[in-house]
Design a protein around this ligand. Structure first.
Ligand code: ADP
Length: 199
């Protein structure tokens, strides 16, 4: 198993943009925590079955997929529900991310974890890369991308780790307040650094 580079950043910071650049230009494998979090509750999964047993059959849609709106309501309604869900899914997500890391064939792999600082998941990575932007940029880009309200974006920012908390776990930082064309040179530098660390 090669080197694992964890990449994180707040909503709208540019994690996906940066990770895709590593993938498209250097063929680096990506393990995406958000995708894995969806896989562990796919129809037929142990995760979804446990959720149905706990909350009843109303928690799935008629097509057998998880009703995320309903689950979110339950989680907001009672912190015990959130604790239960986290205890069920977090180990499954970690295990599946480990499996995908082991299957990676690129010299190093990128582990994209939006809530890395919040959940102390920097322990899964050898090096942490933080994509950093100002809160103003985060709000502006998230509004443009997701078509949500300003209030919703502010609420999400408030629920996430602070800029300082994220920077505190960084080995390297990519500033992404400027044009995305400016990312290429910094990413090339980091790629060389990570290759050197693999040796
Ligand atoms: P994250 O994965 O951290 O939520 P994304 O990579 O999806 O962030 O970026 C958020 C939005 O901002 C996307 O629509 C993306 O295309 C755009 N974006 C990313 N970097 C830049 C940049 N430097 N300049 C302008 N837009 C950007």
């Amino acid at each position: 198993m090669g080197l694992v580079i964890g990449i994180t950043g707040g909503i709208g910071s540019g994690k996906t943009t940066v990770a895709n650049h590593f993938h498209d230009n250097y063929h680096i494998d990506i393990v995406d925590a958000d995708l894995v979090a969806r896989e562990v509750v796919e129809p037929g999964s142990d995760g979804l079955q446990a959720i149905i047993t706990q909350f009843g059959g109303d928690i799935i849609h008629s097509d057998g997929t998880l009703n995320r709106v309903k689950l979110r309501e339950l989680v907001f309604a009672d912190p015990k529900n959130k604790a239960w869900i986290d205890q069920l899914l977090h180990p499954m997500i970690r295990q599946k991310m480990q499996q995908q890391i082991q299957q990676s064939t690129s010299p190093y792999c990128l582990l994209v974890i939006p809530l890395m600082a919040e959940n102390n998941l920097q322990t899964m990575a050898d090096q942490v890369l933080v994509v950093d932007v100002s809160p103003e940029t985060q709000v502006q880009r998230t509004l443009a991308r997701d078509g949500v309200s300003k209030e919703q974006v502010h609420a999400i920012l408030k629920a996430q780790a602070s800029r300082e908390q994220r920077l505190a776990i960084a080995d390297d930082i990519i500033s992404n307040d400027g044009r995305s064309e400016l990312l290429a040179e910094k990413i090339a530098q980091l790629h060389r650094k990570y290759l050197a660390l693999c040796k």
